[in-house]
Structures are given as structure tokens and as C-alpha cells.
Design a protein around this ligand. Structure first.
Ligand code: F0G
Length: 483
């Protein structure tokens, strides 16, 4: 992908695949979009897929499969126990993560988190990590543990030129280990890439430093590899010492630093499922008993055999630079085009999606009126584009009921892999730019129904004032009878 140059000198990401199955899309008129957004409680999770033109909610379980994945699904060996399909999947995990002889299947990433937390976290424990993910934190706190985030300070700055914003702050990690004592740290967790700060990567060098500290203090090191494919691409592109390494070699080197690797195969592997790769027999024995309890028998873990076959091929494809470069290159294109148009985005672009900085786009919307949530509702009205709030709405209130304000108020526009074409991405850029020009019209949101746990999934909100009517009127004025 990166090796093809345009004669015109244009710098465009070029797809190294062709599309052979398509799905028709619909774009409801703007008045309808405003009505539908309100029917969905101004929460993009509650929209119906049929009403969405570009679904940029997530890259989880919605990536396009390859012909080879589809073909592999046909030869799935369906049996409750001991299927060849499972043997093929576990062999592939062992192949890409050398030194991990044991593999436990789970139905998705958070199931692995449930098992890890159930097996290792005790009340009062502390789990250091570069940054939390919503479900990770929920499982650790459910077991009475606490999460400590130790990302470098550059990671929380919306714009700078740091190539690895997901890196651990190593001195802070060592200080924390000394402060709480290694006996209260069941494991250290690396999230590569780092979802909630914009899909930002860690360097291999940083992972080596975390691993060295863990060895020094006798700590278990766990990798959340759900977003690893983007991180691998960034290491290859941005880390001088890794320029000559293949993606497989970088993966093997990362694996050599870890004790446990878990992943959501809704992301890594372009399918749906997950797993836990384990280095030591004793650890496998410790976690194994939870699999039949929560997931299913040890040779399917809640996954369908068809999905397992697709994951096996998908993991292989994740080792192919042509394939894994598509997402980050589309994301970089979108982020850089928006930046050129003056729209505040997270830079450098990370993996997963293009992240709009709602704090800067809507400075007039107070933090407690959820600027990132308001921006998500406004963008659906502006263009039928569904993003995901990644800010205060995605946090849980403090024990005393006060808001826990997020460090970054982001609207994430995820880029499902191999799904949208560049002209569709251009459309999304166009609508974001229009919204940015009319940002003064956008107001805040307030809860009308607020669940206590994971409120961003089911909570319902309403606009404060009549800003949505004004936005629709301005759309009509600018676009005439266009959808
Ligand atoms: N870890 C990371 C880094 C993730 O991004 C996710 C999911 C999980 C764990 C949980 O995996 O969904 O298979 O249970 N992220 C999705 C997203 C939900 O949209 O970013 P899961």
C-alpha cells in the first residue's frame, strides 16, 4: 500500500483489495435524522442501523472479511469438544505469539477481562496500566481492585508530534510499584494501542522497559492485544530500530516480553471472538476453570466454529503489512484533511478511528452538558454519520454522585477495516467541516434517563434548548433539497 506512488504527486491511501460483496445504504433526510436522533435519546448506541449512512461507531465485529476468511468458514469442524477448528485457531495463536503454548478461547475481549480479573484481582489490589478501557476497568473494580493510569503526559495532549502517545511513564510506574508494593499488584496491563486516548500506539522500546521493571519486581505482565494490528503498523513506520523487522518479527518480539496476551477477535483477526494466550502451565490451570463456567467448553469458549475459522485466517492477515496499513492510512487521511480545514482533531492520528476534539470544537458547551455527546448527536443530524462519544458520558459518576470529567472529550469516528471507500470518507470529512463551520449552533445535552453502570450504552438524553431545530434549518439553507 505504502509503496505505490501517484504520478500526479497526490498522497492518497490506495486500497490493496477489491470489493465483491456490497450492502445498500440509505440516507434519511435531515429532518428525519433529527427526529430519529431524539427517538434514540440522543445516544448514538440507540440508533437503528437502517437509519445510518456511515456507521463509524466502532471497528468491533464490523470489519469486512476476506475471501479467504469466507472460504475457511465453510470447512468449520462443528463439534462441542475437540474440533479441528479449535486446533487450527490455537495453533495460529501459538505461531504468531511464540513462547505461548497455552490458549483459552473466550467469546469476546471483555470475557477475557472477566476471567483475568476473577482469577487474579483481590479487594485492595492495584492494576497499573497505560490507560484504562471501559470494560477492563469495570471488571477490575467489580473484584474490588483499582486501576492506575500511567500514560506519558504527551498522551493526554490533543496535538503534539509524539509518535508513541500510548507509552507508559516508566518512572511513575516504578514509583507506584514501590508505593503500593508488588504484592498488591496482581498484574501490569499494557493496552497496545490505547483505545480511549485516540488509538495511540506504544513503542517496542517502551514495552521492553515495562517488561524489565516487571521482571525486576516479579510482576506478571499482561498485554491487551485487541488493537495490536494498528500498533504493529505504527512500530514498523515510526520506530527507527524496527524499520527492517517484519510484522511477524515485531509481534514475536512483543510476545517475548509478556506473560499473558488476551485479545478481542472482534478487532484483532477481523471476525468475532477472543482468546487468552498463556506462557506458564500454572497460570493456564488457574484460569481454565472459569472457561466452562462463563464461556463454554475449552475448545470453543462461546465462539461459533465458523468465526474461529475466520479468526485463524484473520490473524494471519494481521501479519500482512498491506492489509493492516489500510486502517491507519485512511484514519490519517481523514484526520489530516480535517486538520487542513481547521477542525480540531487528535494528532498524530492513531489507530481505530479519527478523533474529533469536542472540547475545542464546542468550547461554549459546559463540561457537564457533555460536549462530545452533543457533537455525536449533531454529526448524525448533519450527515447520517454515527460516531461514538468518548468523553465524560463514557465515564461513571463518582461514589458521591458527582461527575467524573474525562481528561479528553472526544468524538470517535471509527474506521471499520475494508468497509468504506475513500469517497465515503470524503463525505464524512465534508459533513464534519460543515458542522464545524456551524458549531456555534450546537448546544448541550442533559440526561432524562441515566443508568448507574455503563450509562453510555443505554442512557437517554435530550437537547438543552432548540439547537437541533436551528441546525436542521441551517442545513436546509445551505444544502437546499440535498440529503
Ligand atoms: N480492549 C480493548 C483495547 C478494546 O478496544 C475492547 C473493545 C475490549 C478490550 C473489549 O473487547 O468488545 O470484544 O468485549 N472495544 C470496542 C470499541 C468495544 O468499540 O472500541 P470486546
Amino acid at each position: 500500500m505504502a509503496k505505490v506512488k501517484f504520478f500526479s504527486g497526490k498522497s492518497l491511501p490506495l486500497e490493496m483489495h477489491k470489493v465483491r460483496i456490497v450492502q445498500k445504504l440509505f440516507l434519511p433526510p435531515v429532518e428525519e435524522r433529527a427526529r430519529l436522533m431524539n427517538e434514540a435519546g440522543n445516544n448514538t448506541f440507540l440508533l437503528q442501523n437502517r437509519d445510518i449512512f456511515m456507521d463509524m461507531l466502532t471497528d468491533s465485529g464490523v470489519n469486512a472479511m476476506s475471501d479467504l476468511q469466507q472460504a475457511a468458514m465453510l470447512r468449520a469442524d462443528d463439534s462441542y469438544a475437540g474440533s479441528e477448528t479449535f486446533n487450527r485457531m490455537s495453533a495460529k495463536v501459538r505461531e504468531i505469539f511464540p513462547g505461548f503454548p497455552y490458549f483459552l478461547p473466550v467469546h469476546q475481549g471483555r470475557a477475557a477481562e472477566n476471567i483475568l480479573a476473577s482469577a487474579y484481582v483481590k479487594p485492595g489490589d492495584v492494576v497499573p496500566m497505560n490507560f484504562h478501557f471501559t470494560t477492563t476497568k469495570a471488571h477490575i473494580t467489580r473484584m474490588g481492585g483499582r486501576v492506575e493510569e500511567l500514560i506519558i503526559k504527551e498522551g493526554l495532549e490533543p496535538v503534539n508530534d509524539c509518535p508513541f502517545k500510548g507509552n507508559f511513564d516508566i518512572p511513575r510506574l516504578e514509583a507506584l510499584i514501590q508505593e503500593v508494593g508488588p504484592e498488591h499488584i496482581p498484574f501490569v496491563r499494557i493496552e497496545a494501542g490505547t483505545n480511549l486516548v485516540g488509538g495511540q500506539p506504544l513503542s517496542l522500546e517502551n514495552m521492553r522497559a515495562v517488561s524489565a521493571l516487571c521482571k525486576q519486581y516479579g510482576l506478571r505482565l499482561v498485554l491487551d492485544a485487541s488493537l495490536l494490528q494498528d500498533n504493529l503498523y505504527f512500530i514498523k513506520q515510526r520506530e527507527a530500530a524496527c524499520k527492517e523487522m517484519t510484522i511477524r518479527e515485531i509481534t514475536a518480539e512483543i510476545a517475548s516480553l509478556m506473560d499473558i496476551i488476551y485479545f478481542s477477535a472482534r478487532k484483532l483477526g477481523f471476525a468475532r471472538g477472543g482468546g487468552i494466550a498463556i506462557r506458564e502451565k500454572a497460570e493456564e490451570l488457574h484460569m481454565k476453570e472459569f472457561i466452562p463456567l462463563y464461556e463454554g467448553f475449552l475448545t470453543y469458549g462461546g465462539m461459533s466454529v465458523r468465526e474461529m475459522e475466520a479468526i485463524t485466517v484473520g490473524l494471519d492477515e494481521s501479519m500482512d503489512e498491506d492489509i493492516i496499513s489500510q486502517g491507519p492510512q485512511f484514519i490519517a487521511y481523514m484526520a489530516e484533511e480535517l486538520h487542513k480545514r481547521g477542525v480540531p482533531v487528535i494528532l498524530p492520528a492513531g489507530g481505530l478511528g479519527c478523533h474529533l476534539n469536542a472540547t475545542e470544537i464546542l468550547p461554549h458547551v459546559p463540561h457537564e452538558q457533555y460536549p462530545a455527546g452533543a457533537l455525536a448527536a449533531a454529526l448524525y443530524i448533519a450527515g447520517g454519520v454515527r460516531g461514538m462519544e468518548r468523553g465524560t458520558l463514557s465515564e461513571q459518576r463518582n461514589e458521591d454522585g458527582s461527575e467524573r470529567f474525562a481528561e479528553l472529550e472526544l468524538l470517535r469516528l471509527a474506521m471499520p477495516r475494508r468497509v468504506y471507500t475513500l469517497s465515503q470518507v470524503e463525505y464524512a470529512i465534508d459533513r464534519v467541516e460543515w458542522l464545524y463551520k456551524n458549531r456555534h449552533l450546537v448546544g448541550g445535552l442533559k440526561f432524562v434517563d441515566e443508568p448507574k453502570v455503563l450509562r453510555f450504552f443505554f442512557g437517554r438524553l435530550e437537547p438543552i434548548g432548540d439547537w437541533q431545530e436551528k441546525l436542521v434549518a441551517k442545513f436546509r439553507e445551505d444544502f437546499g433539497d440535498s440529503l
